[in-house]
Design a protein. Structure first.
Length: 336
């Protein structure tokens, strides 16, 4: 199966040979792959990559749809719709709360919306011109070229502080490090008194440096990282990617879809006990989510039959957008 899926990937995508080899070596597994065949040929495939996500004070399981593609000879015939529907059912059985993805093309936002997804992940970009400054001597900056447990532990701690954010496992960190090695990227670590106080992940792009993540405990560590980046790259301009900021333009990035509505709404109700809602929910792909939901006092009750009172009608995409946009979710561009 792996060889057939890889061949389809190479036919559909323009990724470099290095990236494709890295993906199928470190990321791909038959257990997370889902495909449709015609005879012995794989005509459509996708991978459901497991990522935890902080949500409503809890950490819940999600499945990131990666490598979704259809053989050119079978496009426009419903193969991907069928594959996604089957994948949702599998995610449901596996206890997944949300499915997430990043559309490869702008027009795909509308396509995935028809499958229940909502465009909820955004990011802001802060353009910075690095000034000439010298950080305190006690701040020591290193470039890290291989996965280190202490670096992952720091990165994981800082990302976990974000209230609604896709997280990364130790295995994901290995993939990030492998991607940096083949994508003109670097991971920088700031230490004070031999303790990690900051991490930056950067990529060289044209005339500037793109900072995918900059996480620091204090300004000395942050400035130390920026100073080292400037000194080593010779670049004084950078674009720093940030969680959505109301004072900056926001750009669409990714989408999410609720898979298990009962569990998601219970977590949401617990996080917002003041919320009151009588909801009639419809889900074209997962009928188990259809029905009536009643939120009040931090609890969510479900009924297959309509109870008295006015109800707000929503489909699964609309519900996903309503509850996640309140939490301002963030999806790092470190995802692969």
């Amino acid at each position: 199966m792996k060889k057939r899926v890889k061949a389809l990937w190479e036919l559909c995508f323009n990724d470099s040979e290095e990236f494709t080899e890295m993906y199928f070596s470190l990321r791909y597994r038959n257990e997370i792959n889902h495909a449709i065949r015609s005879g012995d040929e794989v005509i459509a495939a996708l991978q459901m990559l497991p990522y935890p996500m902080t949500f409503g004070g809890k950490t819940v399981p999600t499945a990131y749809v990666s490598g979704a593609c259809t053989h050119p000879d079978f496009r426009g015939k419903g193969a991907m719709r069928e594959l996604l529907s089957q994948s949702f059912a599998r995610m449901l059985r596996d206890g997944v709360y949300f499915s997430t993805l990043i559309p490869a093309e702008p027009w795909l936002f509308d396509y995935y919306k028809q499958m229940g997804y909502a465009a909820v992940f955004q990011y802001s970009v802060k353009e910075r011109t690095l000034p000439d400054f010298i950080p305190p001597k006690e701040v020591v900056i290193d470039r890290v070229a291989a996965p280190r447990e202490e670096v992952y532990a720091y990165l994981n701690k800082k990302l976990s502080e974000r209230p609604c954010c896709i997280q990364h496992t130790a295995a994901d960190f290995e993939v990030i490090m492998a991607d940096l090695a083949i994508s003109n990227g670097n991971l920088w670590v700031a230490r004070q008194a031999d303790e990690i106080k900051g991490v930056a992940i950067t990529y060289k792009r044209a005339d500037r440096i793109v900072v995918n993540e900059l996480l620091a405990d204090n300004k000395d560590a942050e400035y130390g990282l920026l100073y080292a980046i400037k000194q080593c790259t010779g670049c004084s301009r950078l674009a720093q990617l940030l969680p959505p900021d109301e004072e900056l333009p926001q750009h669409p990035l990714g989408m999410a879809r609720i898979i298990r509505a009962k569990e998601v709404l219970q977590v949401y109700a617990s996080a917002f006990p003041e919320e009151r809602m009588q909801l009639e929910l419809s889900d074209k792909q997962l009928s188990v989510n259809n029905g009536y939901y009643y939120l009040s006092g931090g609890k969510c009750r479900y009924s297959a039959e309509r109870l008295p009172g006015a109800h707000t009608r929503m489909d699964i995409s609309e519900l996903t957008e309503r509850i996640l946009k309140r939490l301002k979710p963030y999806m790092s561009l470190m995802l692969n």
